[in-house]
Design a protein around this ligand. Sequence first.
Ligand code: PLP
Length: 378
Amino acid sequence: MVYLDNAATTTMSEAALGALMEVSANIYGNPSSAYGFGRQAKRLLEESRKIIADCIGAEPEEIFFTSCGTESDNWVMTKASDKVEKIITSAVEHHAILHPAENQRLLGKNVQLLSVDNNCLVSIPELSAALDQKTALVSIMLQNNEVGSIQDITEIARQVHESNPESLVHTDAVQAVGHIKIDVKEMGIDLLSASAHKFNGPKGIGFLYISKRCSIAPYIVGGGQEKGMRSGTENVAGIYSMAKALEDNVANMESIHNHISELDSMLRTLLTEQKIEFCINGDSSSRAAGILNISIPGIDGEGLLNILDMHDICISIGSACNSKSQDRSHVLLAMGLDEIEIDSSVRISIGRYNTEEDIRTLVKWIASFYKIAKLAET
Ligand code: PLP
């Protein structure tokens, strides 16, 4: 199999898998239990919190464990906004933000969606114009999951806090954590969502960074875990595995980045050498290597995906969550692509374990599909 859909999910790293198996097998005590075996699990939980905090420039007490990125996003959109009069977000957010935002709108909140340019970037002047004293939450994703564009969160946070120091800045950093350097304090981020399975950790575990300066209501109430903010017996094995995955990715960030950049560039070179006409959706200067969304004129993206699937090659169209739906990508639509460009687009996302051979195999099959499609056109 050639797996080139790393924005959908990633292969677990050895560090993450080892930690998951070790804790599942041997340290399965309940961290709330009042005996040594429970305290051992509790220690692992706090060690994980510290590892994760160190990786993003936060304090350990600012890290709250959740079940996934979707939960972290929903927590922010529903609970940071209890007293919120105005929420600002963007048209290209993941549905884990857009759907709760729509629910908030139905509840009577003023929800404003910022537009993006053809590089998938929000406009700072449009943001500035939208900010006012009633704005309690601004949620803009750090890296887009469909085209890879990276927003200037530091500048966004600066604008928001300058306009109203009380306004909170949230970033859905699910695609960015463990891939690009993040320092929440330097960047001025108040709330940040992350998900382990996007950075070579296990599925079903994530976290929400909540800066000490935020007051946000609890998400799940019950036994009082996570300082009463998110009750439920902690998934200690998943949490420790997530911490080890993040630690490993951050420790090797530069070499992983260089490897992915080389494969990304090789992919574009080989497509060009095969005389495949394509255009990159999203700006190369603001796009992190690894997520390459391309439109290939004259090609049906879904047809290409199906042919590649027959050869055991995994890529996607739009986001993984969308690929069964008839809806066209809301991200590409917001970037101004027309229906023909969208229907001819595919997303190839490269991860740390991909090889040059993977890229050659992918291009070989794209080229053969392309030739047949071009012949059929004549
Ligand atoms: N936000 C972004 C930007 C994503 O790409 C995803 C998943 O694709 C999510 C949120 C949801 O994360 P999870 O799958 O952990 O619920």
